[in-house]
Ligand binder design. Structure first.
Ligand SMILES: *Cc1c(COP(=O)(O)O)cnc(C)c1O
Length: 364
Protein backbone atom coordinates (compact mmCIF):
# COMPACT_ATOMS: atom_id res chain seq x y z
CA UNK A 1 0.00 0.00 0.00
CA UNK A 2 1.16 3.52 -0.74
CA UNK A 3 1.96 5.70 2.25
CA UNK A 4 3.74 8.99 2.92
CA UNK A 5 7.49 8.59 3.30
CA UNK A 6 9.79 10.73 5.46
CA UNK A 7 12.97 12.19 4.00
CA UNK A 8 15.82 9.68 3.64
CA UNK A 9 17.78 9.22 6.87
CA UNK A 10 15.01 10.15 9.30
CA UNK A 11 14.31 6.54 10.25
CA UNK A 12 18.05 5.97 10.83
CA UNK A 13 17.87 8.28 13.84
CA UNK A 14 18.08 6.39 17.09
CA UNK A 15 15.34 7.43 19.48
CA UNK A 16 16.52 9.53 22.39
CA UNK A 17 15.41 7.88 25.60
CA UNK A 18 15.32 10.06 28.71
CA UNK A 19 16.63 8.90 32.09
CA UNK A 20 14.49 6.44 34.01
CA UNK A 21 12.42 8.04 36.76
CA UNK A 22 10.28 5.27 38.23
CA UNK A 23 10.43 1.59 39.10
CA UNK A 24 7.12 -0.15 39.44
CA UNK A 25 6.11 -0.72 43.02
CA UNK A 26 9.15 1.10 44.37
CA UNK A 27 8.63 4.12 46.62
CA UNK A 28 11.46 6.42 47.67
CA UNK A 29 13.25 6.52 44.31
CA UNK A 30 16.54 8.41 44.09
CA UNK A 31 16.60 9.65 40.48
CA UNK A 32 20.17 10.27 39.35
CA UNK A 33 19.67 9.63 35.66
CA UNK A 34 19.09 13.09 34.15
CA UNK A 35 21.54 15.48 35.85
CA UNK A 36 18.78 17.40 37.57
CA UNK A 37 19.36 19.70 40.53
CA UNK A 38 18.29 17.56 43.52
CA UNK A 39 16.81 20.65 45.25
CA UNK A 40 14.70 21.84 42.33
CA UNK A 41 14.50 25.46 41.18
CA UNK A 42 14.86 28.64 43.29
CA UNK A 43 11.78 29.58 45.31
CA UNK A 44 11.39 32.79 43.28
CA UNK A 45 10.98 30.68 40.12
CA UNK A 46 8.21 28.62 41.71
CA UNK A 47 6.44 31.80 42.80
CA UNK A 48 6.75 33.29 39.32
CA UNK A 49 5.27 30.11 37.92
CA UNK A 50 2.21 30.41 40.13
CA UNK A 51 1.60 34.02 39.11
CA UNK A 52 2.08 33.07 35.46
CA UNK A 53 -0.82 30.69 35.88
CA UNK A 54 -3.14 33.68 36.13
CA UNK A 55 -2.45 34.95 32.61
CA UNK A 56 -2.44 31.82 30.49
CA UNK A 57 -4.92 33.28 28.01
CA UNK A 58 -2.23 35.73 26.85
CA UNK A 59 0.31 34.88 24.18
CA UNK A 60 3.90 35.17 25.36
CA UNK A 61 6.09 37.93 23.90
CA UNK A 62 8.01 36.63 20.90
CA UNK A 63 11.17 38.64 21.60
CA UNK A 64 11.75 37.20 25.12
CA UNK A 65 13.10 40.63 26.03
CA UNK A 66 12.68 40.48 29.83
CA UNK A 67 14.36 37.09 30.11
CA UNK A 68 17.13 38.08 27.70
CA UNK A 69 17.73 41.32 29.60
CA UNK A 70 17.99 39.45 32.90
CA UNK A 71 20.46 36.97 31.38
CA UNK A 72 22.47 39.82 29.85
CA UNK A 73 22.67 41.69 33.14
CA UNK A 74 23.62 38.71 35.30
CA UNK A 75 26.22 37.35 32.88
CA UNK A 76 27.50 40.70 31.64
CA UNK A 77 26.54 39.99 28.02
CA UNK A 78 25.10 41.95 25.10
CA UNK A 79 21.32 41.48 25.14
CA UNK A 80 21.04 41.67 21.36
CA UNK A 81 23.22 38.57 20.96
CA UNK A 82 21.08 36.37 23.22
CA UNK A 83 18.44 33.98 21.89
CA UNK A 84 16.14 31.82 23.98
CA UNK A 85 15.03 28.31 23.15
CA UNK A 86 12.63 25.68 24.40
CA UNK A 87 15.55 24.08 26.18
CA UNK A 88 18.97 24.36 24.57
CA UNK A 89 17.93 21.22 22.65
CA UNK A 90 15.80 23.49 20.48
CA UNK A 91 18.77 25.73 19.73
CA UNK A 92 20.87 22.70 18.72
CA UNK A 93 18.06 21.77 16.36
CA UNK A 94 17.71 25.31 14.95
CA UNK A 95 21.47 25.54 14.36
CA UNK A 96 21.40 22.26 12.43
CA UNK A 97 18.36 23.29 10.41
CA UNK A 98 19.88 26.63 9.49
CA UNK A 99 23.54 25.71 9.00
CA UNK A 100 23.54 22.03 8.05
CA UNK A 101 21.62 19.89 5.61
CA UNK A 102 22.23 17.39 2.81
CA UNK A 103 25.90 17.39 1.80
CA UNK A 104 27.02 19.25 4.94
CA UNK A 105 29.12 17.49 7.58
CA UNK A 106 28.42 18.00 11.26
CA UNK A 107 31.24 17.06 13.61
CA UNK A 108 30.66 15.83 17.15
CA UNK A 109 32.94 13.89 19.46
CA UNK A 110 32.65 10.17 20.16
CA UNK A 111 31.23 10.64 23.67
CA UNK A 112 29.39 13.84 22.79
CA UNK A 113 25.80 14.67 23.69
CA UNK A 114 23.39 12.57 21.59
CA UNK A 115 21.25 15.51 20.48
CA UNK A 116 24.02 16.81 18.16
CA UNK A 117 23.80 13.63 16.16
CA UNK A 118 20.01 13.44 16.26
CA UNK A 119 19.47 17.05 15.15
CA UNK A 120 22.12 16.83 12.42
CA UNK A 121 20.50 13.69 11.01
CA UNK A 122 17.03 15.24 11.24
CA UNK A 123 18.35 18.11 9.11
CA UNK A 124 19.63 15.62 6.53
CA UNK A 125 23.28 16.37 7.25
CA UNK A 126 26.15 13.87 7.41
CA UNK A 127 27.33 13.10 10.92
CA UNK A 128 31.06 12.78 11.59
CA UNK A 129 32.02 11.30 14.95
CA UNK A 130 35.56 12.20 16.06
CA UNK A 131 37.34 10.11 18.67
CA UNK A 132 38.00 11.58 22.10
CA UNK A 133 41.28 11.00 23.94
CA UNK A 134 40.83 9.32 27.32
CA UNK A 135 37.31 10.74 27.50
CA UNK A 136 38.45 14.30 26.78
CA UNK A 137 37.61 16.32 23.66
CA UNK A 138 40.61 16.00 21.32
CA UNK A 139 41.08 19.29 19.48
CA UNK A 140 43.67 17.87 17.06
CA UNK A 141 41.34 15.05 16.06
CA UNK A 142 38.57 17.56 15.37
CA UNK A 143 40.87 19.80 13.31
CA UNK A 144 41.97 16.74 11.32
CA UNK A 145 38.34 15.87 10.55
CA UNK A 146 37.51 19.27 9.05
CA UNK A 147 37.17 19.39 5.27
CA UNK A 148 35.46 21.60 2.70
CA UNK A 149 32.08 20.01 3.50
CA UNK A 150 32.24 20.71 7.23
CA UNK A 151 29.49 23.07 8.37
CA UNK A 152 29.15 22.77 12.13
CA UNK A 153 31.26 21.50 15.05
CA UNK A 154 29.59 20.72 18.37
CA UNK A 155 31.48 20.27 21.61
CA UNK A 156 30.08 20.19 25.13
CA UNK A 157 32.41 21.70 27.71
CA UNK A 158 32.25 20.27 30.34
CA UNK A 159 31.25 17.17 28.41
CA UNK A 160 28.22 14.99 28.98
CA UNK A 161 28.50 12.12 29.93
CA UNK A 162 32.24 12.44 30.58
CA UNK A 163 32.17 15.48 32.90
CA UNK A 164 35.62 16.47 31.66
CA UNK A 165 36.49 20.00 30.57
CA UNK A 166 39.09 21.28 28.15
CA UNK A 167 40.92 24.55 28.88
CA UNK A 168 40.25 27.87 27.15
CA UNK A 169 43.64 27.62 25.40
CA UNK A 170 42.40 24.40 23.77
CA UNK A 171 39.13 26.05 22.70
CA UNK A 172 41.20 28.90 21.31
CA UNK A 173 43.28 26.42 19.33
CA UNK A 174 40.11 24.82 17.97
CA UNK A 175 38.71 28.17 16.89
CA UNK A 176 42.01 29.32 15.35
CA UNK A 177 42.30 26.12 13.31
CA UNK A 178 38.70 26.13 12.10
CA UNK A 179 37.82 27.89 8.83
CA UNK A 180 35.80 31.07 9.48
CA UNK A 181 32.79 29.78 7.56
CA UNK A 182 32.41 26.76 9.86
CA UNK A 183 30.26 27.18 12.95
CA UNK A 184 31.83 26.23 16.30
CA UNK A 185 29.18 25.52 18.93
CA UNK A 186 30.34 25.52 22.56
CA UNK A 187 27.65 23.81 24.61
CA UNK A 188 27.98 25.08 28.18
CA UNK A 189 25.10 23.12 29.69
CA UNK A 190 27.26 22.54 32.79
CA UNK A 191 29.24 25.80 32.74
CA UNK A 192 27.31 26.99 35.81
CA UNK A 193 29.19 24.40 37.87
CA UNK A 194 32.60 25.83 36.92
CA UNK A 195 33.31 28.68 39.31
CA UNK A 196 34.24 31.95 37.61
CA UNK A 197 34.13 30.61 34.04
CA UNK A 198 32.13 32.35 31.30
CA UNK A 199 31.29 29.19 29.36
CA UNK A 200 33.12 30.52 26.32
CA UNK A 201 31.17 33.79 25.96
CA UNK A 202 34.37 35.74 25.29
CA UNK A 203 34.97 33.70 22.13
CA UNK A 204 31.55 34.72 20.85
CA UNK A 205 32.52 38.35 21.36
CA UNK A 206 35.67 38.07 19.27
CA UNK A 207 34.63 35.66 16.49
CA UNK A 208 31.98 35.61 13.76
CA UNK A 209 31.57 31.81 13.83
CA UNK A 210 31.28 30.86 17.52
CA UNK A 211 28.05 30.15 19.42
CA UNK A 212 27.67 29.38 23.12
CA UNK A 213 24.67 27.41 24.42
CA UNK A 214 23.39 27.37 27.99
CA UNK A 215 20.48 25.70 29.72
CA UNK A 216 18.34 26.27 32.80
CA UNK A 217 17.60 22.54 33.04
CA UNK A 218 20.57 21.56 35.15
CA UNK A 219 21.85 24.07 37.74
CA UNK A 220 18.59 26.04 37.83
CA UNK A 221 16.41 22.97 38.31
CA UNK A 222 14.00 23.86 35.49
CA UNK A 223 14.29 20.80 33.22
CA UNK A 224 10.54 20.34 33.37
CA UNK A 225 9.90 23.84 32.07
CA UNK A 226 12.25 23.88 29.03
CA UNK A 227 14.36 27.03 29.04
CA UNK A 228 17.68 27.34 27.26
CA UNK A 229 19.59 30.19 25.68
CA UNK A 230 22.34 30.87 23.25
CA UNK A 231 24.91 33.62 22.77
CA UNK A 232 25.90 34.28 19.19
CA UNK A 233 27.07 36.98 16.78
CA UNK A 234 24.24 39.19 15.50
CA UNK A 235 24.22 37.67 12.01
CA UNK A 236 23.58 34.21 13.50
CA UNK A 237 20.82 35.51 15.80
CA UNK A 238 19.19 37.05 12.70
CA UNK A 239 19.18 33.63 11.05
CA UNK A 240 17.95 31.64 14.05
CA UNK A 241 15.14 34.13 14.74
CA UNK A 242 13.82 33.36 11.27
CA UNK A 243 13.64 29.60 11.79
CA UNK A 244 12.43 29.47 15.39
CA UNK A 245 8.74 29.49 16.22
CA UNK A 246 7.81 32.99 17.47
CA UNK A 247 6.18 31.65 20.64
CA UNK A 248 8.71 28.91 21.42
CA UNK A 249 8.81 29.80 25.13
CA UNK A 250 5.60 29.79 27.14
CA UNK A 251 4.65 32.56 29.57
CA UNK A 252 5.42 30.34 32.59
CA UNK A 253 8.81 29.40 31.13
CA UNK A 254 9.72 33.03 30.48
CA UNK A 255 8.66 34.28 33.93
CA UNK A 256 10.13 31.41 35.96
CA UNK A 257 13.32 31.48 33.89
CA UNK A 258 13.73 35.20 34.51
CA UNK A 259 13.20 34.81 38.27
CA UNK A 260 15.66 31.91 38.40
CA UNK A 261 18.42 33.59 36.45
CA UNK A 262 18.31 36.61 38.79
CA UNK A 263 18.96 34.40 41.83
CA UNK A 264 22.75 34.53 41.92
CA UNK A 265 22.88 33.30 45.51
CA UNK A 266 21.05 30.14 44.53
CA UNK A 267 23.65 29.37 41.87
CA UNK A 268 26.59 30.08 44.18
CA UNK A 269 25.14 27.94 46.98
CA UNK A 270 24.33 25.02 44.68
CA UNK A 271 27.66 25.12 42.94
CA UNK A 272 29.35 24.87 46.32
CA UNK A 273 27.05 22.11 47.52
CA UNK A 274 27.35 20.11 44.28
CA UNK A 275 31.09 20.40 43.97
CA UNK A 276 31.68 19.34 47.59
CA UNK A 277 29.31 16.36 47.27
CA UNK A 278 30.93 15.44 43.94
CA UNK A 279 34.41 15.36 45.50
CA UNK A 280 33.15 13.17 48.34
CA UNK A 281 31.28 10.82 46.01
CA UNK A 282 34.25 10.36 43.67
CA UNK A 283 36.62 9.71 46.59
CA UNK A 284 34.28 7.16 48.17
CA UNK A 285 33.76 5.39 44.83
CA UNK A 286 37.52 5.21 44.38
CA UNK A 287 37.86 3.56 47.82
CA UNK A 288 35.56 0.80 46.53
CA UNK A 289 37.67 0.52 43.39
CA UNK A 290 35.41 2.49 41.04
CA UNK A 291 37.39 5.07 39.07
CA UNK A 292 36.23 8.29 37.48
CA UNK A 293 37.80 11.26 35.72
CA UNK A 294 37.76 14.57 37.61
CA UNK A 295 34.30 15.93 36.81
CA UNK A 296 33.50 19.62 36.37
CA UNK A 297 29.74 19.03 36.16
CA UNK A 298 26.93 17.75 38.40
CA UNK A 299 27.53 14.10 37.64
CA UNK A 300 30.28 11.50 37.79
CA UNK A 301 31.12 8.99 35.10
CA UNK A 302 31.86 5.87 37.14
CA UNK A 303 33.96 3.29 35.32
CA UNK A 304 33.63 -0.45 35.95
CA UNK A 305 35.85 -3.32 34.87
CA UNK A 306 33.60 -4.20 31.93
CA UNK A 307 30.11 -3.80 30.50
CA UNK A 308 28.73 -6.80 32.41
CA UNK A 309 29.85 -5.36 35.74
CA UNK A 310 28.50 -1.89 34.93
CA UNK A 311 25.13 -3.31 33.95
CA UNK A 312 24.98 -5.61 36.97
CA UNK A 313 25.69 -2.65 39.23
CA UNK A 314 23.00 -0.62 37.46
CA UNK A 315 20.53 -3.49 37.94
CA UNK A 316 21.45 -3.75 41.60
CA UNK A 317 21.13 0.00 42.22
CA UNK A 318 17.78 -0.04 40.49
CA UNK A 319 16.62 -2.87 42.77
CA UNK A 320 17.25 -0.58 45.74
CA UNK A 321 15.59 2.43 44.10
CA UNK A 322 18.70 4.27 42.89
CA UNK A 323 18.37 5.19 39.21
CA UNK A 324 21.55 6.07 37.33
CA UNK A 325 22.25 6.25 33.58
CA UNK A 326 23.74 3.61 31.32
CA UNK A 327 25.90 5.26 28.67
CA UNK A 328 26.50 2.49 26.15
CA UNK A 329 24.87 4.67 23.49
CA UNK A 330 27.63 7.22 24.16
CA UNK A 331 30.32 4.63 23.44
CA UNK A 332 30.93 4.03 27.15
CA UNK A 333 29.41 0.59 27.85
CA UNK A 334 31.55 -0.08 30.92
CA UNK A 335 30.50 3.11 32.69
CA UNK A 336 27.50 4.53 34.53
CA UNK A 337 26.69 8.23 34.77
CA UNK A 338 25.61 9.18 38.26
CA UNK A 339 24.07 12.61 38.92
CA UNK A 340 25.47 14.11 42.13
CA UNK A 341 22.66 14.13 44.71
CA UNK A 342 22.61 15.85 48.11
CA UNK A 343 24.86 14.33 50.81
CA UNK A 344 22.19 11.93 52.07
CA UNK A 345 21.76 10.72 48.50
CA UNK A 346 25.53 10.37 48.07
CA UNK A 347 25.64 8.13 51.13
CA UNK A 348 22.84 6.02 49.72
CA UNK A 349 24.72 5.60 46.42
CA UNK A 350 27.93 4.58 48.18
CA UNK A 351 26.11 2.14 50.47
CA UNK A 352 24.48 0.67 47.36
CA UNK A 353 27.68 0.29 45.36
CA UNK A 354 29.45 -1.14 48.42
CA UNK A 355 26.81 -3.79 48.92
CA UNK A 356 26.86 -4.55 45.19
CA UNK A 357 30.56 -5.37 45.46
CA UNK A 358 30.45 -6.81 48.96
CA UNK A 359 27.31 -8.84 48.52
CA UNK A 360 25.83 -7.44 51.72
CA UNK A 361 22.17 -6.61 51.38
CA UNK A 362 21.28 -2.96 51.51
CA UNK A 363 18.50 -1.80 53.82
CA UNK A 364 16.17 0.73 52.23
C1 LIG B 1 21.07 18.59 29.28
C2 LIG B 1 21.93 19.03 28.17
C3 LIG B 1 21.46 19.92 27.18
C4 LIG B 1 20.05 20.33 26.95
O1 LIG B 1 19.29 20.70 27.91
P1 LIG B 1 17.86 21.33 27.67
O2 LIG B 1 17.05 20.70 28.73
O3 LIG B 1 17.37 21.02 26.30
O4 LIG B 1 18.09 22.79 27.85
C5 LIG B 1 22.32 20.34 26.20
N1 LIG B 1 23.58 19.92 26.17
C6 LIG B 1 24.06 19.07 27.07
C7 LIG B 1 25.46 18.64 26.96
C8 LIG B 1 23.24 18.58 28.09
O5 LIG B 1 23.73 17.70 28.96
Amino acid sequence: MKKPKPRPGIMDIELYIGGKSTVEGMPNILKLSSNENPSGPPLAAKQALISAGLSLHRYPPSDHLDLRSAIAKIHGLDVSKIICGCGSDELISLLCRAYAGPGVEVIHTSHGFLMYRICAMAAGATVVSVLEKDRHVDVDAILNAINSNTGVIFIANPGNPTGTKILDVEIERLIKGTPKDVLVVLDGAYADYVNGWDGGAKFVESQANVVMLRTMSKMYGLGGLRVGWGYAPQHIIDVLDRVRAPFNLSVPALLAGEAAVKDKEFVNAHRKQNNAARTWLAAELLKIGVQSDPSEANFILARFSDQAQAEACDDYLQSIGVLVRRVGSYGLPNALRITVPDMAGCERVIAGVKSFFGGNSYEL
